[in-house]
Design a protein around this ligand. Structure first.
Ligand code: ADP
Ligand code: MG
Length: 697
C-alpha cells in the first residue's frame, strides 16, 4: 500500500504525535495501512437489550438500559467496595466494584439513564454484576443492533485512553477516505468463483459489522486473501524453480534391487514402499526434487533414505547425508556403513571434530569421486567441501535446518542442483505443512514396522515416586537402561539447573553403586559427547539430562523414559522424548512425573500423551493448545504471522486458497495476464512492506 495508506497516524483527528508514537512502540502500528489491518480480535454482542428478569444461568454477557438507584461504599476501610443498585424499570440487580471504587463513587450519578454491559454471576438466589461497563445512554448507543469490536491494546495505551472505542472512532474518521482509495486485490474471476465479498466492503465490515452474517463474510474474504497470497508466493517460487532447475535423471535401480534382494534385513512397511516410489518418481522426472518425508519416530526413515541413495549412486552420482549433531551423524554413519559395506560402497564421515589430516584425504576423495556417500554435520556445508557430482542430499531432522541451509546444499552442484530429501520426525498437521513447508512436496510414512510393542505411558504425581523407583530397578535388573529428563527453560535457567542437579544427587544417593551419566547444556561439547557415548555403550545405566537428548539418538536397550516436571513441556517435545525409547524388542515405558497442581491445559497435555502415541494426533492437539508459532519455534513462525487466519480453524479456506493459487499459476506463472494485474501489484506492495519491516525492527 502506498500514498494515502503509507501516511503516518499523527495527523489524523484525535490521534496526535504522542498517541501515534505510543501506537508505534506498543503495537507496531505506524501507518494508516497498519491501523486498518489492526483487526478486532473479538466482538461483543450488543445486538439486543435484556430485562433484568430475563437473566438466567445460560446467559453470558448482557446489555441493559437502566438507572442507578443507590450507591454506597461497603466493608472495612482497606477492603472497601462500591455497591450500586441498578434498576431497569421493572426490577433491580446489584452492581459491585472492588477496584477504583472511590473514583467511581464520585463519577457515577444516580437517576440518569445508563447503558450497562457486563457478565452476571449468581450468589445464592440473587444476581450481581462485578465491574460492569457503564456509559451514559445516548442517541447512538440506545439503538440495539451493534456488534462491538474489541481491539488488542496495552495497559500503557489504555492509560492514554487508547482503547477499543479509540480505535473505532479513529477508524470511523479515516473510513471515507479508505473506501475511496482502497483497491481490489483479487481478480473478479476469483471473487465470483469463491463467492467472496469485495475488499472495500470486507474492510468496512470487519471494523463495523452490522450483523454476524456480514462479519463472517468479511472475515472469510480477508482470510482467503491472506492465505491466497501466501500460497501464491510459495507455489510461484516452486513453479519457477521447476522451470529453471532441471534435475539429474537418476533412474538406475540396479543397486537398489541388488540390496533389496540380497541384504534387506526386514520387510519394508507399506508406507516405506509408497514413499520410496514417490521419491523414485521425482528422481527420474528430470526436475530437481525438494521433498519432505514426515514420519513418526521409529517409522524407519533412515532405510528409506538409504534405498533412495542407492538409486542415486547406481545412477553414477554421489550422496550426502546431513544430521544435526555429531552424535547423530556418528550413529547414522555406523548404520549406513554397515549397509554400504555389504554393497562394496565407499562411505566416510565428516564433522567439526574430524582431524585435519583425515579431512584432507576425505575432501580429496570427495572431489575425485572416490567416495559414494558422505555422512556429516553442518560441516558438510562449508565451501571447501566439493563434490565431483552430488546427486542427492539427505537432511535428517529438518527442524534444526533452515531454508537457507537447504539452498547452500543446492549450490554444491552448480551445474544441476542436487535432489534434496528432508526428513523430519516432527509431524505437523497438513494445514501447517502446506504453509511452512509449502515449497516442499510432502511424503508421509504413516505406519510403524510390525511387531513394535506400544510404549506404556503413565502419569504420576509425587505420590507415584516409589513406583517410579520400582520400575527403574526392575528394568535395570533386566539389563536395560533409563533416561531421566529435566526441563530447562531459559527464563528460569538457574532454578532449572538446581532442579537437575538435585535430581542427579538424589538418584546417585539412592543407587550409590550404579554408574550414572549426566548431560546438560553447560557442559563442554566433548564432555557431553563422552557421557553420551558411555550411555550408548551401556557403561552407565541411567542418563540424567536436560532436553539435549531430544533428537534422534538411538539406544536400543533404553526402555524407560522418565520426564520430570512433565507439565512444563510442550506436547511435541514430550512426544519426541518418548520416541527415544521403544526402539528395541523390550516393552518400554514412559513416566510423566508432575506436581500435584496442574493447570487445565497441563492436564490436557499429559492426558493426550497417555491416551495416544500417534504423532499426528499429538501435533494437532498441540497446535490447538499452543498455536502454530510456539509449535515450530520462533525461527519458522515468521511465515505464520497471520493477521486474520487461524491455521487450525481455517483449514478449509486454506485448501481453497491453495487451489485457487495453483489454478492461476497453471495458466499464468509470471502473472502477465491483464486480469491478474491486481494480484501482481498487490504482491509487489506486500514485498515492499517486508522490506520496511526489516529495516524498522
Ligand atoms: P526414524 O524414522 O525414527 O529415523 P529409524 O530409521 O531410526 O527410524 O528406524 C528405527 C528402527 O527401526 C531402526 O532400528 C531400523 O533398522 C528399524 N526399521 C526400519 N524399518 C523397518 C521395518 N520395515 N521393519 C522392521 N524394522 C525396521
Ligand atoms: Mg532418524
Amino acid at each position: 500500500m502506498t500514498g494515502y495508506f503509507a501516511q503516518s497516524l499523527e495527523f489524523i483527528k484525535g490521534v496526535g504525535p504522542q498517541k501515534a508514537e505510543l501506537l508505534n512502540k506498543e503495537l507496531g502500528i505506524f501507518t494508516i495501512a497498519d491501523l486498518i489491518q489492526h483487526y478486532p480480535f473479538r466482538y461483543e454482542d450488543r445486538t439486543r437489550f435484556y430485562n433484568i428478569l430475563e437473566i438466567n444461568d445460560a446467559e453470558a454477557y448482557v446489555q441493559i438500559k437502566g438507572q442507578i438507584t443507590s450507591l454506597s461504599m461497603v466493608g472495612a476501610p482497606r477492603k472497601q467496595r462500591l455497591v450500586a443498585n441498578f434498576n431497569d424499570g421493572q426490577s433491580s440487580i446489584e452492581l459491585v466494584w472492588f477496584k477504583g471504587a472511590t473514583w467511581l463513587r464520585k463519577s457515577l450519578k444516580k437517576g440518569v439513564p445508563y447503558l450497562l454491559y457486563g457478565k452476571p454471576t449468581r450468589y445464592g438466589r440473587k444476581w450481581n454484576i462485578a465491574h460492569p461497563e457503564l456509559e451514559p445512554l445516548t442517541a447512538t448507543n440506545e439503538k440495539a443492533g451493534r456488534l462491538q469490536p474489541i481491539y488488542h491494546t496495552s495497559e500503557l495505551l489504555k492509560k492514554k485512553f487508547v482503547d477499543s472505542k479509540f480505535f473505532s472512532r479513529t477508524l470511523q474518521t479515516v473510513l471515507p477516505a479508505v473506501v475511496r482509495q482502497i483497491r481490489e486485490t483479487l481478480p473478479t474471476s476469483l471473487i465470483s468463483q469463491y463467492k467472496l465479498m469485495d475488499k472495500v466492503a470486507a474492510i468496512a465490515r470487519i471494523h463495523f459489522p452490522e450483523t454476524t452474517a456480514h462479519l463472517q463474510e468479511a472475515q472469510r474474504r480477508l482470510k482467503f486473501e491472506e492465505l491466497f497470497f501466501i500460497q501464491l508466493q510459495i507455489l510461484r517460487l516452486k513453479g519457477e524453480r521447476n522451470e529453471k532447475h532441471l534435475g539429474f535423471v537418476l533412474d538406475n535401480s540396479e543397486l537398489l534391487n541388488e540390496y533389496y534382494e540380497k541384504h534387506l534385513p526386514f520387510e519394508l512397511t507399506g508406507a516405506q514402499k509408497r514413499v520410496i516410489k514417490e521419491i523414485y518418481a521425482d528422481l527420474r522426472s528430470g526436475q530437481q526434487m525438494n521433498r519432505l518425508v514426515q514420519g513418526d519416530v521409529g517409522s524407519g526413515k533412515t532405510m528409506v533414505a538409504f534405498l533412495c541413495m542407492l538409486i542415486s549412486i547406481g545412477s553414477g552420482t554421489q550422496c550426502a547425508f546431513m544430521a544435526p549433531t555429531e552424535i547423530l551423524a556418528e550413529q547414522h554413519y555406523k548404520n549406513l556403513k554397515s549397509y554400504c559395506d555389504l554393497m562394496g560402497l565407499r562411505v566416510a564421515i565428516l564433522t567439526g571434530s574430524t582431524k585435519t589430516a583425515e579431512r584432507k584425504i576425505i575432501l580429496n576423495y570427495l572431489k575425485e569421486g572416490d567416495l559414494h556417500l558422505i555422512v556429516g554435520t553442518h560441516a558438510l556445508l562449508e565451501d571447501r567441501v566439493v563434490f565431483k557430482q552430488l546427486g542427492l542430499a539427505v537432511i535428517d531432522e529438518q527442524h534444526r535446518f533452515g531454508v537457507a541451509q537447504r539452498a547452500r546444499l543446492w549450490q554444491k552442484n552448480k551445474d544441476i542442483y542436487p535432489h534434496v530429501l528432508v526428513m523430519t520426525a516432527t509431524p505437523i498437521p497438513r494445514t501447517l505443512a502446506m504453509t511452512v513447508y509449502g515449497d516442499l512436496d510432502v511424503s508421509v510414512i504413516d505406519e510403524l514396522p510390525a511387531g513394535r510393542k506400544p510404549i506404556q505411558t503413565k502419569h504420576y504425581r509425587e505420590s507415584g515416586r516409589l513406583k517410579m523407583f520400582g520400575l527403574i530397578e526392575q528394568e535395570i535388573k533386566k539389563g536395560l537402561q533409563v533416561y531421566i529428563v529435566y526441563p530447562l527453560i531459559e527464563e528460569s535457567e538457574k532454578l532449572d539447573y538446581n532442579h537437575l542437579m538435585d535430581g542427579y544427587e538424589s538418584i546417585s544417593r539412592r543407587y550409590p553403586k550404579m554408574a550414572i551419566s549426566i548431560v546438560h547444556g553447560r557442559m563442554k561439547s566433548e564432555d557431553k559427547e563422552w557421557e553420551m557415548q558411555r550411555f550408548v555403550k551401556g557403561e552407565t545405566k541411567i542418563m540424567v539430562a536436560t532436553t539435549v537428548i531430544e533428537v534422534g539418538v538411538d539406544v536400543p536397550s533404553a526402555s524407560v523414559m522418565i520426564i520430570e516436571s512433565s507439565e512444563r513441556f510442550g506436547l511435541s517435545q514430550l512426544h519426541q522424548l518418548r520416541g527415544r525409547v521403544g526402539r528395541g524388542a523390550a516393552q518400554s515405558y514412559c513416566l510423566l512425573m508432575s506436581g500435584d497442581k496442574l493447570s487445565a491445559e497441563g492436564k490436557t497435555r499429559l492426558k493426550t500423551m497417555v491416551d495416544t502415541s500417534d504423532g499426528f494426533l499429538i501435533s494437532e492437539a498441540d497446535l490447538k493448545l499452543r498455536g502454530p508459532g510456539d509449535l515450530l519455534g520462533t525461527q519458522q513462525s515468521g511465515v505464520l504471522d497471520l493477521l486474520v487466519s487461524d491455521l487450525m480453524r481455517d483449514g478449509e479456506i486454506l485448501k481453497h486458497a491453495r487451489m485457487a493459487a495453483r489454478e492461476i499459476l497453471r495458466k499464468d506463472l509470471s502473472l502477465a495476464l491483464s486480469e491478474h494485474a491486481p494480484i501482481k501489484s498487490h504482491i509487489s506492495s506486500l514485498s515492499k512492506n517486508v522490506v520496511n519491516w526489516g529495516r524498522i525492527s
